[in-house]
Design a protein around this ligand. Structure first.
Ligand SMILES: [Zn+2]
Length: 756
């Protein structure tokens, strides 16, 4: 029965999308006449952003190093404030006091079998005019590493992830009491020292491998965009995914002057072992002095050395100590009050602080945001008035770990829960393809925006370019078929690593993350060479993608701020949750099958038979086959979600034409319900062992950090072999989805009431 019902629903859905396509000019959530007016304002808006302004903003903001607490960070905040005021925004700076460690001692030397002292220095380059601002540059380091002084044999651990340690076990190598050296990437960098400490290591080095962002990819800076031998990736190693991002001394509350602060000794998110990032110039002599087994083939990089695992004979001395100071972060907050519904807020943010000069990260994104704001200011002068309140935010302290945005979100949590409809984030910006990530209730909406922005290189829409690129990259016929037939491109789930985190994960505010990029930016990421010279030689050199970013961000803000009904849609959302559920069932089934097979091979003697005595390995341990879990509550909830989502979409399409006759009070009630839809996915108790994370649908993975874990309670329960917990989480998530489904159903009924 259910299957047949589903087929019918799909048939009606196709008719519906045809109806939408036929009069494609009507925006979702707008009456036809209002849609026409909105489109006219949006077209005026998109004509305003000017690459020469973007260039000038970048030159100004990236002229000197501007990390948290620096003189130029404050100057930039004040300069941004003045611009917002000049453009007609009601703007102010909001300051929080946060823990921000900077290095006091950094020493890395090899003491055996030969002596070598690491340079730990990025040299100034004659062609690059800001690379010599030595007195203002933060040295290369990892923020929130604990102080430490350790001497121990070295072990190479690939990317330093849990699966790498399983491989080390197979090689019979323990890292207990050693210092590990891991490659950058494939996880949040803070995961590497976390996993190393869990396995008993006493120190951790993280290096930039040329295979990942150096000469294997392209020429190195300054001849090309990629990382040169001395380039180092600074960055935070805070264990934010297991605890919370933001100021470590004030978890869950704003870091205001009178906030209660934890003593340093009670902070959970500082690493357990000392950590230091190094260049491949400094890493190569250390790696070259490792013996022991050869690293598995896929671990090898492209340094001209054989990659051994160790431990030793290289023995290294690592000493780091930090100034554990409280520093101010200066968030610039700028508002345009809404004309008819001022208590519904559309928030748009990008950070302004950098590790050093940060032309690409974050000034490219910040400049696009500013040009967007300038254009909205011009529209205000021409008579445009947004229906909802628009809040522009230039965050400080993103780099150490989302300090400015998290503290602001925590300090204003109550108001935000009441008023915030959507948060739109951006961060870095380059050239190429549009990155689309966000809450799935906004998937249809952001696909619509992407269909209205022109790609500067191909003159296709950015949506078409993205769709065709995805077809080119697709790995199966099935994937290609979906890309060609599904009305909307799927948007990625939000993990973390940038400022949307507190909004979507802690407060349950539907969020989007946008930006353009191709990958060249990895080569200077968080180094002194991420500056105006690099950007204007190797990235969006004529700032046309900066303009596209302004157009994308601004169109999104306007369309959300002016809609009569917030353009949330739940059909794509229900479809995505169904996909997640399938993935969870497969994850468990694959795990059961994998362990069953391995146990059988142990019985058969496969590992003994295949052992090469010249390259000895250890047989894997026998494991209990995971139990079956009952996914029925989740499946039933997803079915109900799909039904109410279809019902809402249908009701909206039927009522859209007469929206202008709807009494404002009933539209307000409906919009309040829609704003609540992302809140419904949260639970006050939060995720297991990490109560700050309240969104049950997505969170940064404890062992991934940047990458999202969707339905994290269940997924990580299975991955971490906590099967009873996974089963409880299925029930908790199912309940949230049933509540969500009732909310959507109420919204549909509200639309259909004849006496609106
Ligand atoms: Zn950034």
């Amino acid at each position: 029965m259910r299957r047949i019902a589903a087929v019918l629903l799909i048939a009606s859905l196709n008719l519906l999308s045809l109806a939408f396509a036929a009069d494609g000019t009507v925006l979702v959530g707008y009456a036809p006449r209002s849609s026409q007016t909105e489109r006219e304002w949006e077209a005026k808006f998109r004509a305003i952003p000017d690459p020469s302004n973007l260039r000038e903003f970048m030159r100004r903001l990236s002229a000197r190093p501007h990390h948290v607490g620096s003189a130029y960070d404050k100057e930039n905040a004040e300069w941004i404030l003045a611009r917002f005021k000049e453009w007609g925004f009601d703007a102010h700076i909001e300051t929080f006091d946060v823990l921000f460690p900077t290095p006091k001692v950094r020493l890395l030397e090899m003491v055996e079998p030969t002596k070598f002292t690491a340079k730990l220095d990025e040299p100034a380059l004659a062609v690059d005019p800001t690379s010599n601002q030595k007195s203002e540059q933060l040295p290369t380091y990892n923020a929130y590493s604990v102080d430490g002084d350790v001497t121990a044999p070295l072990v190479f651990v690939n990317y330093g992830l849990p699966e790498d340690y399983e491989q080390l076990d197979r090689l019979g190598i323990s890292v207990k009491g050693t210092i590990v050296i891991a490659k950058y990437y494939h996880s949040w960098r803070g995961v590497k020292p976390k996993v190393a400490a869990e396995h008993g290591a006493v120190g951790c080095l993280i290096y930039s491998e040329p295979h990942d962002d150096g000469y294997s990819r392209d020429d190195v800076f300054p001849q090309g965009p990629m990382r040169n031998p001395e380039g180092v990736q600074r960055g935070s190693v805070m264990d934010f995914a297991s605890s919370s991002p933001g100021d470590p001394l004030t978890p869950g509350v704003g870091a205001t002057p009178d906030a209660k602060r934890l003593p340093l000794s009670e902070v959970k998110s500082i690493t357990k072992i000392p950590v230091l990032p190094i260049s491949y110039g400094d890493a190569q002599p250390l790696l070259a002095k490792l013996a022991g087994p050869m690293a598995p083939t896929e671990w090898s990089g492209t340094l001209p050395i054989p990659y051994h695992v160790g431990p030793g004979p290289a023995k290294v001395h690592l000493k780091v100590a930090f100034n554990w100071d409280i520093k101010p972060v200066n968030d610039v907050i700028a508002k345009i009050p809404g004309s008819s519904v001022p208590d519904e807020w559309i928030i748009r943010g990008n950070h302004h602080d950098a590790w050093v000069n940060g032309a690409e990260d974050p000034v490219a994104g910040q400049s696009a945001l500013l040009e967007e704001a300038r254009a909205l200011g011009q529209l205000l002068q021409q008579g445009w008035r947004p229906q909802r309140t628009i809040v522009y935010a230039a965050w400080d302290g993103e780099e150490p770990m989302l300090l400015g945005s998290t503290e602001w979100a925590e300090a204003h949590a109550e108001e935000l829960r009441q008023h915030a409809a959507v948060y739109i984030n951006s961060d870095t910006n380059d050239r190429g393809l549009l990155l689309l990530e966000g809450s799935q209730s906004l998937e249809q909406f952001i696909n619509g925006v992407a269909r209205d922005v022109e790609d500067p290189e191909t003159k296709l829409t950015v949506w078409q370019r993205l769709q065709l690129s995805k077809i080119a990259q697709a790995k199966s016929a099935e994937e290609r078929k979906e890309l060609r037939q599904r009305a909307d491109l799927r948007i990625g789930a939000l993990g973390s690593g940038t400022d949307y985190t507190a909004f979507v994960d802690h407060l349950g505010i539907a969020s989007l993350n946008l930006g353009y990029g191709v990958g060249d930016e990895q080569g200077i990421y968080h180094s002194i060479y991420d500056d105006f010279y690099w950007y204007t030689h190797f990235s969006d050199t004529d700032f046309v993608y900066g303009r596209a970013m302004s157009q994308t961000g601004g169109t999104s803000v306007m369309r959300l701020a002016d809609a009569q009904i917030l353009p949330f849609d739940f059909v794509d959302f229900a479809d995505t949750v169904q996909k997640y559920t399938g993935e969870l069932e497969k994850l468990l089934a694959d795990k059961q099958e994998g362990i069953r097979e391995r146990n059988q091979e142990l019985d058969e003697g496969v590992f003994k038979a295949t052992l090469d005595p010249r390259r000895p390995t250890v047989a894997p341990p026998r494991e209990e086959v995971p139990p079956h879990l009952n996914f029925a509550p989740l499946r039933n909830a997803v079915d109900s979600l799909a039904r109410s989502a279809e019902h809402y979409r249908l009701a909206l399409s039927q009522q859209q034409a007469t929206l202008n006759e709807a009494p404002p009070a009933s539209l307000r009630a409906l919009n309040q319900l829609l704003i609540e839809s992302e809140r419904k996915l949260t639970n006050d108790d939060g995720l297991p062992r990490r109560p700050w994370y309240k969104n049950l649908l997505e969170a940064p993975g404890v062992y991934t950090g940047y990458d999202a874990k969707t339905i994290p309670g269940v997924r990580e329960g299975i991955e971490q072999k906590r099967y009873a917990e996974a089963e409880e989480e299925i029930v908790r998530v199912a309940k949230a989805l049933v509540d969500e489904s009732s909310l959507i159903e109420s919204a549909a009924q509200m639309l259909q009431k004849p006496a609106r």
